[in-house]
Design a protein around this ligand. Structure first.
Ligand SMILES: [Zn+2]
Ligand SMILES: [Zn+2]
Length: 110
């Protein structure tokens, strides 16, 4: 991913994978960071390629408040197994944290 503000390549610091109960779709809640100007983003990746009838990927990003982003990243790092939809930790149960959806930063279908 490149930073929508300065086009520098960003780093994904955390990605928590979850699954919807009623649809075959994976949702990844992500914490993105651009080191150049210290810009923070939340990202949501919806991956429905698990469903053969709907093979789309939607990646949405939101501008994040730096302090809140740090706080929620710390919180999310408590999860022992971010890549497992089976994980039953508090992070997996409470995600997304409050304030996750802000002003739109990007939207792609890649
Ligand atoms: Zn940037
Ligand atoms: Zn977890």
């Amino acid at each position: 991913m490149e930073c929508p503000k300065c086009k520098n390549s960003m780093e994904c610091r955390q990605s928590i994978q979850t699954e919807l109960e009623d649809r075959p779709i994976y949702i990844h809640y992500q914490w993105w960071e651009c080191k150049l100007f210290n810009t923070k983003y939340y990202g949501i990746l919806e991956d429905s390629r698990v469903n053969i009838f709907d093979d789309t990927m939607e990646h949405t990003g939101y501008f994040a408040n730096e302090k809140e982003w740090e706080k929620s990243l710390d919180w999310s790092l408590q999860c022992p197994n971010p890549k497992s939809v089976q994980c039953k930790c508090t992070v997996h149960q409470q995600i997304p944290p409050e304030g996750f959806f802000g002003d739109s930063a990007w939207y792609t279908n890649d």
